[in-house]
Design a protein around this ligand. Structure first.
Ligand code: NAD
Length: 483
């Protein structure tokens, strides 16, 4: 696999025009983070990193800003969120280029990430959270109201930093909370730039943005004056977040990893399904929580599906996300790259058949080709673990009940899909998947109006929709005796 990079030739100076946002002011700090461009494997930027003192000041500012912010109407808060979406669209190209440099994904997908974040933000602030009347008769009036929780800490991962920040951020702000947002230390830059836009829109203290390492995330989960943590990341860290939040009984939303199955039935239109399945498996080089991570194909179409997916894999252009024709960028960081290389090696050693990819090109950059594997055991690491990279097993089944049992035989439960021409049958099988979202003839379709989140160890709670918004609020019953 040849990796081309026009960018490699340019040796630009280290970019350092980044700031934390605390109490409406852009700040530098004593500590700093180096940020690597994964397409080159070298540091290209440096940004300030917050420590305990900055965290305390940010939380105090958010607490001070809370009473005035919660007193505003939903409509006033919605108007400011819409102003943010407008600014995101105006600055989309500049933000997208930075996102590609730090995250690795193709530029068009960085643009799409920002666009989706803006569209979902606009969608969410159109959702109403009315007072619900439970009883109203001659004796009593009972209603259920929702009030904001206070200060929300938001912790995000490195695979889609802008979009995964905007979902919880807008949910928290629109429902009247104030925020301290911490991006991943691998991808803090686009989020810090979004912080500059937030400064233009929201009153001081309402949103604070702190880059920092894992220890800053841990300090947020333990902080006595943060009322809720919205965490997106791995299952292992999610469990630590929940344990730490228990000490102060913080509210918690956890959006964690997945090992999504796709069950492909015997009546499917293989060619058209293969294109969609390939994209849903390999977009962002497989670094998507809800990517397809296991494909179960009926034995009658297994060979045809393998061939069609291999054709897609051979066409896919791997390279620097800034090059116009790149479809798959690098793995985002060395740790993840080493993990996926280890999985490829284990899978080869176990005697699986490598249908496409499988080679590990020499650097620079953390590139791996899209790799398709068959003849792999259900108890192999590749089938059991979340690979979070461009290697996907295509397993064979003869009986649908057996496919459903194997699809559900995991501690993960984020999402899954069924592929068939028979929509009724597809929906019935999809409903048997133990997941937060089960799709038919699609995978990864989400919206501001549809709850998203994981079953089992893939998470706790839901984002988006009224259900998601209410998780940023405390339900309160007001019960009036009329006589
Ligand atoms: P991670 O768990 O390593 O890190 C996520 C964030 O948590 C980072 O900001 C990190 O600094 C912080 N952190 C680390 N240790 C912490 C601690 N002890 N307390 C509090 N915060 C801490 O995850 P990652 O590797 O950045 O992201 C990849 C994972 O995220 C994958 O498993 C992926 O499936 C999952 N993910 C889930 C969703 C979803 O919506 N369900 C979306 C995207 C990614």
């Amino acid at each position: 696999m040849a990796i081309r990079s026009a960018e490699g030739a340019q040796s630009a100076a280290l970019r350092q025009d980044f700031s934390l946002l605390i109490d409406g002011k852009l700040e530098q700090s004593a500590r700093q983070l180096d940020v690597i461009n994964p397409a080159l494997g070298t540091v290209f930027a440096r940004c300030p990193a917050a420590g305990p003192a900055e965290l305390d000041r940010a939380v105090a500012a958010a607490r001070r800003a809370f009473p005035a912010w919660r007193a505003r109407s939903f409509a006033e808060r919605a108007a400011l969120v819409k102003r943010l979406s407008q600014l995101l669209r105006e600055r989309q190209n500049e933000l997208a280029e930075l996102l590609t440099r730090e995250q690795g994904k193709p530029l068009a997908q960085s643009v799409a990430e920002i666009d989706r974040g803006a569209a979902q933000s606009d969608g969410m602030v159109g959702i109403e959270i009315p007072v619900e009347v439970i009883a109203d008769d001659a004796d009593k009036h009972i209603e259920l109201r929702y009030r904001p929780l206070g200060v929300v800490g938001i912790i995000t991962p490195w695979n889609a930093p802008v979009n995964l920040a905007l979902g919880p951020l807008v949910s928290a702000l629109y429902t009247g909370n104030t925020v301290v947002l911490k991006p991943s230390p691998y991808t803090p830059l686009a989020t810090l730039k979004v912080g500059e836009l937030l400064k233009e829109v929201f009153p001081p203290g309402v949103v604070n943005v702190l880059a920092g390492g894992d220890e800053l995330g841990a300090a947020m989960t333990a902080h006595a004056d943060i009322d809720k943590i919205s965490f997106t990341g791995s299952v292992a860290t999610g469990k630590k977040v929940l344990a730490s939040a228990a000490a102060t009984l913080k509210r918690v939303t956890l959006e964690l990893g997945g090992n999504d199955p796709a069950i492909v039935l015997d009546d499917v239109d293989v060619k058209s399904a293969a294109k969609k399945i390939f994209f849903a498996s390999f977009v962002n080089s497989g670094q998507v929580c809800m990517a397809i991570k296991r494909i179960y194909a009926h034995e009658s179409i297994h060979k045809e599906l393998c061939d069609a997916l291999v054709e897609e894999a051979k066409k896919a252009k791997v390279g620097n996300g800034l090059d116009a024709d790149t479809e798959l960028g690098p793995l985002q960081n060395k740790m993840q790259y080493d993990k996926v290389v280890g999985l490829i090696e284990d899978t080869k050693k176990a005697g699986a058949t490598i249908l496409a990819g499988g080679d590990v090109p020499a650097g620079p950059g953390y590139f791996l080709p899209p790799t398709l594997v068959t003849d792999v055991a259900d108890d192999s690491r590749l089938v059991q673990e979340e690979q979070f990279g461009p290697i996907v097993p295509i397993l064979k089944f003869s009986d649908v009940d057996d496919a459903v049992r194997r699809a559900n035989d995991t501690r993960y439960g984020l999402s899954g899909s069924v592929w068939t021409k028979d929509l009724q049958r597809g929906a019935e099988i999809a409903a048997r998947l133990e997941v937060g979202t089960a799709w038919v003839n699609q995978h990864r379709a989400t919206s501001a109006f549809v709850p998203f989140g994981g079953a089992k160890e893939s998470g706790l709670g839901r984002q988006y929709s009224a259900l998601g918004l209410k998780s940023y609020m405390e339900p309160e019953v007001v019960s009036v005796a009329k006589r």
